[in-house]
Design a protein around this ligand. Structure first.
Ligand code: ADP
Ligand code: MG
Length: 385
């Protein structure tokens, strides 16, 4: 599915996007700014992204006749979430270019495959064992010990389908909970990592095989849902360098075209006061921890994806006003903070409108269910000291 570089898609071309949530919405907004049209394909009624996209097809992802029509109406396809069925995406690759390649999707959907791939690159992860029955769970607990985390192997998100295990746990109950919550029969048991913080880094790779990494950021979760991102991560420079090396290695080895987020655990060795990074998971799409790049960076993660899939050169990942990450850290500038508006926190929208340096985004998703990502705001610190 590589397109010869002579076939760069010019403005006015149509980018097809599978999925209609806030990520698709922000991809569509970035595409429009560069003069591209977008076509959202998803089964939901009135999806958030359809409000800002040029075209919208409401159909199930495995509706092959709808996919046929869609393929004729768009020039390239991308997707906004990694739990989408792989078969329809593979089907589309026979008709036109799809980025990132669905084989990447396959790896990122399956935690055992994902962690095996990462370890094959000599990049550390938590110790893990594949689980397919209560018996294999009992054996795996012998090897990994407590505390550990049992996660559904596929279909998990925002902490769904996972449970922390300690010595007083009823394994049978835990196995039932994890498999029933997201309706799957395979799981993974992972060693529990006592991390100091969680971080992530987003790598973008173009059709010309060049890549860039956005700055490393710190992520704060509440109830397994991302609450805040702090950019750049307040960590020594070598940690930033290590993260870039990890993300670049992954992007190259997997043949990425598009953007990919690498979620990391930051572990501090107290004896030597040094930091080590473990990869937790990969997402081959824009990531919630990259929303701050809309106002915080010269090129946002969304524009970067548009550039990748259209065969354009990648944009600068410097901070706004073209300050490099190195310079930002050196000058000890205040970090940029992105905060999610979850559920009815979206009611704060008016307050954020009048907060100095706050950039408000509302996704217009309707029902503000508990924990649902309804919007976010990014605080850009002022320069006056
Ligand atoms: P999801 O697909 O739901 O995002 P993750 O694997 O990222 O699943 O897990 C969600 C959160 O649970 C992580 O961000 C982290 O806070 C915690 N977590 C996951 N795996 C581990 C682990 N092995 N050790 C410690 N904490 C973990
Ligand atoms: Mg995660």
């Amino acid at each position: 599915t590589t397109r010869p570089s002579a076939l760069v898609l010019p403005p006015n071309s149509v980018i097809g996007i599978l999925g209609g949530g806030q990520l698709a919405r922000m991809i569509a907004i970035a595409a429009a700014q560069l003069g591209y049209k977008t076509h959202i394909f998803c089964p939901e009624n009135d999806p958030s992204a359809s409000h800002v996209s040029t075209f919208y097809t409401k159909a199930n992802y495995n509706n092959y006749s709808a996919l046929d029509t869609f393929a004729k109406q768009v020039n390239v396809v991308t997707y906004e979430f990694e739990n989408i069925m792989v078969e329809p995406v593979e089907y589309l690759t026979k008709k036109l270019a799809v980025f990132p390649d669905p084989k990447i999707l396959k790896t990122c959907q399956d935690r055992v495959m994902e962690k095996s791939f990462i370890q094959s690159l000599d990049i550390p992860t938590a110790k893990f064992e594949p689980i397919d029955s209560i018996e294999s769970l009992r054996e795996a607990v012998q090897k990994i010990g407590y505390p550990s985390i049992l996660k559904s192997n596929t279909m998990g998100y925002d902490g769904k389908g996972q449970i922390k295990l300690s010595d007083d746990i009823d394994l049978e109950k835990a196995w039932k909970k994890v498999t029933s919550e997201v309706n799957v029969s395979q799981a993974i048991l992972e060693q529990y990592i006592e991390f100091e913080s969680e971080a992530s880094i987003i790598v973008a790779r173009g059709l010309d095989n060049t890549e860039v990494c956005f700055p490393l950021v710190t992520n704060k979760h509440r109830n397994h849902i991302l609450r805040q991102t702090i950019a750049p991560a307040q960590l020594p420079e070598y940690v930033h360098k290590d993260a870039k090396e990890i993300a670049t290695k992954i992007a190259k080895s997997i043949g990425l075209v598009g953007v990919l987020a690498v979620e990391l655990f930051v572990v501090r060795d107290t004896a030597t006061d040094t930091y080590k990074l473990l990869v937790n998971e990969l997402a081959p799409r824009p990531h919630n921890s990259g929303h701050w790049t809309i106002e915080g960076c010269v090129t946002s993660q969304f524009e970067q994806l548009v550039r990748c899939v259209c065969g354009l050169p990648l944009g600068s990942v410097d901070f706004m006003r073209s300050i490099s990450e190195k310079e930002y850290l050196k000058q000890n500038l205040q970090p940029i903070v992105m905060t999610n508006l979850l559920g009815n926190e979206v009611d704060q929208w008016e307050k954020q409108l009048s907060t100095k340096g706050s950039h408000l985004h509302i996704y217009a998703k309707g029902d503000a269910r508990d924990g649902r990502k309804m919007g976010h705001f990014t605080l850009i610190p002022s320069e006056d000291k």
